[in-house]
Design a protein around this ligand. Sequence first.
Ligand code: LHQ
Length: 260
Amino acid sequence: MEQITVERDGAVSRITLNRPDKLNALTQVMSDELVEAFGEARDDDAVRAVLLTGSGRGFCAGQDLTEFGDAYRTGGRPDIEEHLERTYHRLIPVMVELPKPVVCAVNGVAAGAGLSLTVACDIRVASDAARFTQAFVKIGLVPDSGGTWLLPRVVGYAKALELSLTGEVIDAAAALDIGLVSRVVPAEDLDRASGELAATLAALPTAAIGEAKALFRGSTDLDSALRAEAVAQARMGQTKDHLEGVMAFAEKRDPRFEGR
Ligand code: LHQ
């Protein structure tokens, strides 16, 4: 990998965006590498949680705007639709649909597609140095990379629209206030706090977590939600982890889940 690093810590795969001098702005290479890393995390049974973070002072400044420099400089325009299909249309689904928990440790600024990356994760823990901006409007664009679907589901329609129409930069405290992040910690505690959360999630029944994510994602109306819950619950009722959970409760001991 050239622009990300992937490390294993027990059952947690830690993926770090690694272009610190450019605030980890997204390139085609970085997007391809992230698709590969999330695909490997999905396919490796020993991985039971993913932690996504950025190196240096930024989390991710969104699309690397210099990547299309030549097209603009020569009076042309990049084929943005084709670019989106090659990058975020592959990356965001592999993150959102990962049947394992994904923690985002937001270490610094998250802008444009960088903010979309944070909301494609399941739980966000922010450093007090984090900032968030739907930067798209500042360059005459609309939110992409799944932002129009993901952000309203996290912060609600009105706040998502307000952030997207204004491009306002908000700090970590404001992000906590609107529910964009679950927790804010001092910068020096971010690694520990997010690592502990990922490890805790990795020790839980992974199959049930994957199913719960799919149910929340797919829920549209009560009737179909009840039906989908029943089908998934019947499947979960057959898992080793369900039996272990029930037995541990009866025997008044801590459960040992295997993710199966
Ligand atoms: C960057 C970037 C960046 C390259 C900072 N690219 N170098 C899809 C399809 C097609 C086209 C476009 O977009 C998309 C999706 C999108 O994501 S659109 C949104 C793209 N992102 C932005 O518009 C954000 C641009 N960046 C900023 O507004 C600021 O840099 C933020 C608010 C993120 C951070 O501000 P500061 O903390 O003041 O840092 P800085 O501006 O000084 O940046 C540090 C360096 O990083 C600097 O490089 P240099 O060589 O001068 O030190 C920046 O040029 C570079 N950088 N963002 N997106």
